[in-house]
Design a protein around this ligand. Structure first.
Ligand code: SF4
Ligand code: SF4
Length: 191
């Protein structure tokens, strides 16, 4: 059930209703920033985005660059059901499914996301029945002069070579069998 909260409109007092005091208050804030920046330039933080990024403060609701989660044995959790590609409003997910000998029925032989079309809505994450795709890498997608270039080469095109990954706090097996399995799912390189 969706809960709603009704907010009453705040009534203005006399001084607020004539706006003069509020305008002066706004000017004071503007002038404070102006003089602080003028006399203490070291306090100005200029970030050359997208070449530079500030570290993001952890937030469960933050939507950042996609990834496909891996199981402990290194295989992708994705079963190539196409739910994310179907619901994506931008139609920027492209998947080709293939059969696997593992205990899941299918795996994505090709999994591409064109980040130049993605609107970061998160619907793909919501739709995934396997909790396989997530937007929790904490990386914000920057701009690019060549949107069709692979993401790791400065473009905006994600393939499974970038998507199949685990986060530092997650563990996957380091055994040779697990590595071979992980490589098997990556061997159809599509960049
Ligand atoms: S975040 Fe939205 S637009 Fe981007 S790939 Fe997912 S469903 Fe498509
Ligand atoms: S990421 Fe999830 S929704 Fe998308 S194809 Fe894989 S299992 Fe299906």
């Amino acid at each position: 059930m969706i809960r709603t909260k009704k907010l009453d409109e705040k009534k203005l007092n006399f001084w607020e209703s004539i706006y003069i005091v509020e305008i002066v208050k706004g000017l004071v804030v503007t002038m404070r920033h102006f003089f602080i920046n003028l006399f203490f330039p070291s306090r100005i933080i200029t970030v050359s985005y997208p070449e530079e990024n500030l570290p993001l403060i952890g937030n469960a609701k933050l939507k950042s660059l996609h990834r496909i989660k891996l199981r402990k044995d290194g295989s992708p959790k994705c079963v190539a059901c196409m739910m994310c590609a179907t619901i994506c409003p931008s139609k920027c997910i492209y998947i080709e499914a293939d059969e696997t000998e593992n205990y899941v029925e299918k795996y994505p032989k090709v999994f591409n996301i064109d980040m130049s079309k993605c609107v970061m809505c998160g619907l793909c994450v919501e739709a995934c029945p396997e909790d396989a795709i997530s937007m929790d890498t904490g990386e914000i997608v920057g701009g690019s002069y060549d949107r069709f270039r692979n993401y790791k080469n400065g473009g905006l095109f994600l393939t499974k070579n970038e998507l199949f990954r685990h986060l530092p706090h997650e563990t996957i097996s380091k055994s040779g069998a697990a590595n071979r399995l992980a490589n098997k799912y990556l061997e159809d390189k599509n960049d």
